[in-house]
Design a protein around this ligand. Structure first.
Ligand code: ZN
Length: 123
């Protein structure tokens, strides 16, 4: 079965037996295009608020985490999700890939605008 989002990517996904949901294998085979996750990440260490917990002390080393706050837009709305360190490790490359694609797109657009403007004398 081919997914809606460009068929070949789905081949690297397994369905979990329990839920039937698609789950990525740890990484695509070499030579295959990489995955990319949109959004921004902020590292957070948090206080849980329970009295007597180690996080209640003044020492920042006692705080829980790190967690990674992942923020992205879905249909114009901001969606935030907290990732564990293990989840962050699993998707770190995917976030980096998306950033790289954004950077390259920005460069390509700036260069294209410059060429078009000078070619058409749009100054
Ligand atoms: Zn705590």
């Amino acid at each position: 079965m081919v997914g809606a989002h460009g068929g070949t990517l789905w081949r690297w996904c397994d369905r979990t037996r329990r839920t039937g949901r698609r789950r990525p294998r740890s990484r695509p085979p070499s030579g295959a295009p990489a995955f990319a996750l949109p959004g921004t990440l902020v590292e957070r260490r948090i206080r849980c608020g329970k009295p007597g917990c180690r996080c209640a002390a003044d020492d920042p080393a006692g705080l829980h985490g790190p967690y990674y706050q992942w923020t992205r837009k879905v249909n114009g709305k901001t969606v935030t999700r907290l990732l564990s360190a293990a989840q962050m490790e699993r998707y770190r490359d995917w976030f980096a890939n998306a950033r790289r694609i954004r950077d390259l797109t920005g460069e390509l657009e700036a260069l294209s605008l410059e060429i078009a403007a000078s070619t058409e004398d749009w100054g």
